[in-house]
Design a protein around this ligand. Structure first.
Ligand code: HAM
Length: 551
């Protein structure tokens, strides 16, 4: 093979490589964007595993529950906060704790990138140009200016210069016909090096779909200087959260929480007690039956309090280590408190014999816990103590609580919460007290449904059976008047024969059929048929409105 042929082959190879990189990028972009246009046309899409559609009439119950939360929480002086559905990963990782299941396994995390930056496929014709864009976006501050990125960008600048030079040599060799193969070889080497440099760049922040909202609320408290407002600040929220858990009844990957947080002010036990009272009032107003409130205190992180207890617990756990399952064995090292959460049958006997935190609380934490319980008694809140209630997120201290409800199987915790003094500080804010809870709305709804609290599907109040174009105009006017009066009205879009219209009205569960035909228009008296009793009456427009409004 001549030099020229070899050079041509290399050029071809370079083209193929570029095309491959472009195709890969295209595939990535396509998989990120909505509805690809190709593929099997008869593919049936389904909601992603662990997510689900909420449909009427169930959504009626969801709305009722949410309205109850708005009503009850506002009577306790809480205002609604809406935080974004994703945050910088660090917000959650730092708050919830790197060793927790949520952070270690369950977060939906993705890398961001500047919106305007062209993708590889858009400038696939030249990898050199892509590298130039990366440099430009870095210099403009649109790619994170971290130390590692800065080093890589400096390297990329050198490679871009090397590449320009190598291309110049290629052009010169083309003219002389000498050294073309070597020149192309050099270009390829530089392109490969550029590839590995750009792969190492982090194009945007690491973001995470919120697995919970306490961390977000604390981030917002700091960001909006809420410590300058009268303290404590009382906030509540509702909305979807995301955790990559194994789906089962009452456990989803997109689930909904209704939560409340009290930030700032003192750590007076009355704050803990009032928050719990509000929660129980809410459940009562929702009609939730069979709730059980468990409380505990896990003290604070000091040698004479929780830290001392954890050391003791670890010591005892090591003694029975080989009797425990692999999860608990691992937790002896990472977080011994979580062993107390274990539901494994064969571990229960060992766990019951372990030292209890109540016997190791410092005097302040002991007094705080006793005062919380006294205050709950004063408010008539029924609870039982559960020394094993440690909760799965790292930010808790002192009061922790959980509520279980009926009809939920193994996932019966309908709410969890606790105190988290110090979390705001951990996120870069001033020392701030904090306490809150989050209700699993999906579970609350399930429990209400199991308890027969589901609303039946609501049919229309009035189905307007109109016949003839003249009646149509009157029907539109009647529908408008009745809807303005707050009645649910079904106005069929096409004319139906009398029998069909009544059949449709019954199927929809309508209470009344308003019959509008030539006779009614001529007489000015409209026919109203009660579909349950089949009674019919003739009424003027005004009388009809008055009659329906009284129902
Ligand atoms: P959590 O215990 O992780 O606490 O969640 C609170 C409630 O959310 C649980 O009791 C459960 O009802 C519901 N929940 C959690 N994961 C799922 C899931 N995968 N599917 C369905 N429901 C679920 C927190 O999130 C804390 N942020 C609560 C808090 C607020 N603590 C202080 N302030």
């Amino acid at each position: 093979m001549s030099d020229q042929e070899k050079a041509a082959k290399r050029a071809q190879w370079e083209e193929i490589n570029r095309a491959k990189a472009a195709a890969k990028e295209k595939e990535r972009v396509a998989s990120e964007s909505a509805a690809p246009r190709t593929g099997t046309p008869d593919k049936k899409f389904q909601a992603v595993r662990g997510t689900r559609d909420l449909l009427p009439p169930d959504t009626g119950l969801w709305n009722r529950v949410e309205q109850t939360a708005h009503d009850v929480f506002s009577t306790f002086g809480f205002g609604e906060i809406r935080t974004p559905i994703f945050e910088e990963t660090e917000v959650f990782a730092r708050s919830i704790g790197a060793e927790t299941d949520v952070v270690a396994k369950e977060m939906y995390t993705f890398g961001d990138r500047p919106a305007e930056m062209p993708t590889m496929s858009e400038i696939a014709a030249s990898f050199g140009n892509y590298a130039r864009q990366l440099i430009l976006f870095f210099d403009r501050g649109e790619i994170p200016q971290t130390e590692s990125n800065r080093g890589l960008i400096e390297l990329l600048k050198i490679k871009v210069r090397d590449l320009d030079e190598a291309y110049r040599v290629v052009e010169a060799s083309k003219k002389t016909g000498v050294g073309l193969q070597t020149a192309f070889g050099r270009c390829n080497d530089i392109l490969l090096e550029m590839g590995s440099v750009t792969n190492g760049l982090v194009l945007g922040a690491s973001l995470t779909m919120r697995p919970e909202a306490t961390a977000s609320v604390c981030r917002a408290y700091i960001e909006h200087n809420m410590q300058q407002l009268p303290q404590p600040v009382k906030l509540y929220y509702m909305g979807p959260m995301f955790r990559r858990e194994r789906p089962q009844k009452g456990r989803y990957r997109q689930f909904y929480q209704i939560g409340a947080e009290i930030l700032g002010g003192p750590d007076a036990p009355a704050i803990d007690a009032e928050l719990i009272e509000m929660l129980m009032t809410f459940f009562e107003k929702c009609g939730l039956q069979g709730t059980e409130l468990s409380i505990n205190s896990i003290g604070h992180a000091a040698d004479n309090c929780r830290r001392g207890y954890v050391a003791k617990l670890r010591e005892e756990l090591i003694k029975v280590k080989d009797k425990l399952g692999p999860d608990s064995q691992r937790r002896i090292e990472t977080n011994p408190l979580r062993v107390l959460d274990s539901k494994l049958e064969h571990e229960q006997a060992f766990i019951e014999k372990l030292p209890r935190i109540a016997d190791h609380l410092c005097d302040e934490c002991k007094a705080h816990y006793a005062a919380v319980k006294r205050d709950l008694d004063l408010r008539g809140v029924v609870y039982h103590e559960n020394w094993r209630l440690v909760r799965g997120l790292d930010y808790y201290m002192r009061t922790t609580f959980e509520i279980t409800a009926r009809g939920l199987g193994s996932q019966n915790a309908v709410c969890g919460g606790g105190r988290y003094d110090g979390l705001v500080e951990l996120l870069g804010g001033p020392p701030t007290k904090g306490i809150g809870f989050a209700i699993g709305e999906d579970r609350l709804i399930l429990s209400l449904q199991e308890g027969g609290k589901a609303p039946a599907a609501q049919g229309p109040d009035v189905f307007i059976a109109w016949m003839g174009q003249n009646a149509y105009a009157t029907a539109i006017r009647a529908a408008k008047t009745l809807r303005n009066a707050g009645l649910r009205v079904e106005l069929p879009a096409t004319e139906l024969k009398f029998g069909k219209a009544l059949e449709r009205a019954s199927k929809l569960g309508s209470r009344f059929a308003l019959i509008l035909g030539d006779n009614e228009l001529q007489s000015g008296e409209w026919t109203l048929k009660n579909l349950a009793t089949s009674e019919q009456q003739k009424l003027t427009e005004q009388a009809l409105l008055e009659y329906l409004q009284k129902l």
